[in-house]
Design a protein around this ligand. Structure first.
Ligand code: 0A1
Ligand code: ZN
Length: 856
């Protein structure tokens, strides 16, 4: 173990800070390799028993430290520095030097393109100055930024601009003040040259807010959608939650080098340019959707995260689960609620269930953390949002709003815990949520087994539900949870009324009885995906068909479809690809007939479940058989209905591109048609024409994806054309990289090598790395899981290189390789070999070390 790899921190060991910082003045003299940071803090002792002040710091050169004006010696600690026997109240001045240009980890202060920018969540502030780098220390900030006037005409920080001026040697400065006390993870600074889009928003109470969006020069025309999204989000939060923006200015800066999606720094959001820039030619409908959702997410953090923040990082889901839930509600209101929900269910089943069943399993409020960056996870974010959604289901729309009002008014300006949130929900609704609290401390995916019987003579329907959470890597013992199980009962004949209800499953086993069910019922369980659980229910194809046809809940209809098709795929896989059951064919015939009436939902129903979703349905999988079976069914459905796919595709053509719901739905369905058409012989001309006549990135990409998935020779031809057109546009080139990296063919490892030597590739840029290696590891199932283990070796070689540059991104990329428990013994062994190589590497980062060590 190297010095990078320290012990895990435990939630149970939390101690309130011994000191507070009421105010801090920061001065940045920005220079590429030697930026001088002066920090002057007003420090107060809050716990008289704590005599020494320990400050966090990383990769800093300490130039000097003064207590009340007297230069003072410090001792070094593992985490930073210690000041012994400090006064009860004092002014602390610290001068440090940092090196932004050589900071490729993209935490703290770094240069992205030509601009200086910061990323401080979770523990990046300690790379800027020595400080109490923890979210329960909240201070008021004043920040002076000094830089070269020509290189950095814009000097930005949190809050309001209060003064600015020129300095010597072609430099200038700006002074910013943020009136709201905040933890240091919300600090931000940007200095650079940009194009600026401006707008205004008048809040509910009549205050004018300046909106400013900064993008790379020449990109103004691609910023409008982001700005429009921001205004929608601001209006929505007022209307839905009564929450108004609180500063006079809201700034968003788009940068090309960013580890994550975006960051909610107070008044100065910093975004990965991928979640800002869009126009019809270069962005897909999905990009437009994502931009709206991420812009909203960061904006919503202003209340759920910034005004009310987290006491410690174990409480991350307090802000993230809640804010994801809020952005999901927003997206559902802006687009099609059903489709938005279906895609969230996919994320849960493909990624979160996989995390739960792997070595990194953790509750939404982890109890133990080695490297905090590893806990920005699908569990904390997406399962966290599902837990909030369950509260919403249990308390109802109004009850949830009452709870939110109580939470915000009670804790405004504080750093609090997940328990405080649940307490507010309880108090506002006079409800006992003690059993529900288990969702915060227990990891794993509960399985609900269903035994269902309808008695024609008594007209009774009996449902016996049993819940069981299998043990996870982090926890052997599991308790029953409070699970809202939404169900819909529909008559199998389609004649007569259906019935919807939310059952409260609280015990390990519980019986529910329904009276007056006069006709044979089909039961849809977990409608709307009412809880993040798996359901084990042996329904019949006939009943599944009834749900698809007659249920009112679109998610249940889609789900029944997926189940039916999954069953068929597993049957084919088991039969060694001989017989294909009839029911998917009957199902598709019906769906294709109705396709025009509800294009969006039918498109989702026609999409076969992904390999990852299928994998989560079994304890053990045979990769090759499953891939083969999925492919076989796809080809069969493509050929069987080739005339229908073709007809439908032609009917779906759109007029000129607009990001507008009806068009989006038609394009989605038309893309699905193409994906089937590409499996048929007569498709070449259609694909070529579709590529040629496309006026937007969504349709273009649909053609390329279809060709890629079927490995058509046309793929290379079109990709060359695409590259020629877009080689100067990094975000579009990411799509090109990803298409190549995801292609399943025998030469895929040499393709990867070529891609990484491409002039537009750089290991320093996380977007490029994700588009090539991320796509390969997560989605090129065939290539990554090659039987000889060469895919695993390839990833490992790369991780060793990447870890030295950007450990955060490296630790994300390793995910598919640590989730190996379902694979066959041969593949498991090959993976372990590679994990051992990593484990034995001398200077492995703490990020990778935590994951590798857990996986071994
Ligand atoms: N709070 C941000 C996500 C984020 C987290 C960590 C980062 O750097 C290590 C950057 C962004 C959000 O939820 O959007
Ligand atoms: Zn967030």
């Amino acid at each position: 173990m190297s010095s990078n790899q320290s012990r895990a921190m435990k939630l149970a060991d939390y101690q309130a800070p011994g000191f507070s910082v009421s105010d801090i003045y920061l001065e940045f003299d920005l220079q590429d390799e030697q930026t001088r940071v002066t920090a002057i803090s007003q420090v107060q002792r809050v716990d008289s028993a704590i005599r020494d002040l320990e400050l966090d710091g990383k990769k800093l050169i300490l130039e000097g430290l003064w207590i009340n004006g007297t230069q003072t010696e410090v001792s070094l600690t593992e985490q930073g520095i210690r000041l012994t026997e400090v006064p009860d109240q004092f002014e602390l001045r610290i001068e440090t030097l940092i090196d932004p240009v050589n900071n490729h980890a993209l935490e703290g202060l770094y240069k992205s393109g030509g601009a200086f920018c910061t990323q401080c969540e979770a523990q990046g502030f300690r790379r800027i100055t020595y400080f109490l780098d923890r979210p329960d220390v909240m201070a008021r900030y004043r920040v002076k930024v000094i830089a070269d006037k020509q290189d950095c005409p814009y000097l930005l920080a949190n809050g309001n601009l209060i003064d600015s001026g020129d300095a010597e040697q072609g430099r200038h400065w700006a002074l910013w003040e943020d009136p709201f006390p905040k933890p240091c993870y919300l600090f931000a600074l940007v200095a650079g040259d940009f194009d600026k889009l401006e707008d205004q928003f008048t809040t509910h109470s009549g205050r004018q807010v300046e909106l400013q969006l900064f993008v790379d020069k020449g990109n103004v025309s691609r910023g409008q959608h982001a700005l429009d999204s921001l205004k929608k989000a601001m209006a929505w939060d007022e209307q839905k939650y009564g929450l108004e923006y609180d500063l006079d200015i809201y700034m968003i800066v788009a940068v090309d080098f960013f580890n994550m999606g975006a960051m909610e720094n107070k008044g100065l959001n910093i975004f990965n340019s991928k979640y800002v820039l869009a126009d019809a030619a270069s962005a897909t409908d999905q990009d437009y959707f994502n931009i709206e959702s991420v812009i909203a997410h960061e904006y919503f953090h202003n209340w759920t995260g910034n005004r009310v923040t987290c006491r410690d990082w174990f409480q991350l889901s307090l802000k993230e689960g809640l804010t994801v839930f809020r952005d999901q509600q927003f997206s559902a209101d802006m687009a099609s609620a059903a489709i938005v929900r279906i895609n969230q269910v996919r994320v849960m089943r493909e990624h979160q269930f996989a995390e739960d069943s792997g070595p990194m399993a953790h509750p939404i409020r982890p109890a133990e953390v080695m490297e905090m960056n590893n806990f920005y996870s699908v569990t904390v974010y997406d399962k966290g949002a599902e837990v909030i959604r369950m509260l919403h289901t249990l308390l109802g729309e109004q009850g949830f709003r009452k709870g939110m009002d109580c939470y915000i008014s009670r804790h405004d300006g504080q750093a609090v815990t997940c328990d405080d949130f649940v307490q507010a929900m309880e108090d506002a609704n006079q409800r006992d949520l003690s059993l529900f609290r288990g969702w915060y401390s227990q990891s794993g995916t509960p399985v609900i087994s269903v035994d269902c019987e309808w008695d024609e003579s008594t007209q009774q329907l009996r449902l016996d539900l049993t819940q069981k959470t299998p043990p996870t890597a982090d926890q052997a013992e599991k308790q029953p949870l409070h699970i809202p199980v939404a169900i819909e009962v529909v008559p199998v004949s389609g004649q007569g009324e259906g019935r919807s209800e939310v059952l409260s499953l609280t015990g390990q086993q519980q019986r529910f009885t329904f009276e007056n069910i006069s006709a044979e019922p089909a039961v849809a369980l977990l409608t709307g995906f009412s809880a993040p659980v798996k359901v084990d229910y042996q329904s019949t194809p006939g009943h599944q068909l009834a749900v698809i046809l007659y249920a009112s809940d679109p998610v249940a209809r889609w789900d029944a479809c997926q189940q039916l098709v999954s069953d068929a795929i597993f049957t084919i896989a088991q039969n060694d690809a001989r017989t294909v059951p009839d029911f998917p064919i009957e199902l598709f015939a019906g769906l294709l007939e109705q396709a025009q009436t509800e294009p969006a939902l039918i498109a989702e129903m026609l999409e076969l479940p992904s390999f990852e979703t299928l994998a989560q349905q079994r304890d053990r999988i045979d990769v090759d058989a499953l891939l083969g079976a999925r492919k076989q069914l796809k080809t069969l459905l493509a050929e069987k209905f080739s005339a229908q796919w073709q007809r439908l595709f032609i009917q779906l053509s759109n007029p000129q591109y607009d990001y507008q719901q009806q068009q989006v739905e038609r394009r989605r369905l038309s893309g699905v048609c193409l994906s089937y058409l590409a499996c048929t012989e007569a498709s070449l001309d259609i694909l070529r024409q579709a590529y040629k006549h496309s006026d937007n990135m969504t349709d273009t990409l649909a053609v390329l994806k279809a060709c890629q998935a079927e490995n058509l020779p046309l793929f290379d031809e079109l990709m060359q054309d695409f590259e020629q057109r877009w080689h100067d546009d990094p975000l579009v080139m990411d799509k090109w990289f990803a298409l190549h990296a995801g292609r399943q063919h025998p030469g895929c490892l040499s393709t990867l090598q070529l891609l990484m030597s491409h002039g537009r590739y750089s290991i320093n840029n996380p977007n490029r790395v994700r588009s090539v290696m991320g796509t390969f590891a997560f989605y090129n199932t065939e290539g990554f899981h090659r039987r000889d283990g060469s895919g695993y070796r390839f990833l490992t070689d790369y991780l060793l290189e990447l870890d030295a540059v950007n450990p955060q991104v490296a630790a994300r990329l390793i995910t598919p390789m640590i989730q190996y428990a379902k694979l066959d013994e041969n593949r498991q062994q090959k993976i372990r070999l590679q994990l051992l190589r990593l484990f034995e590497h001398k200077s492995l980062s703490r990020d990778l070390y935590e994951k590798v060590q857990k996986a071994l």
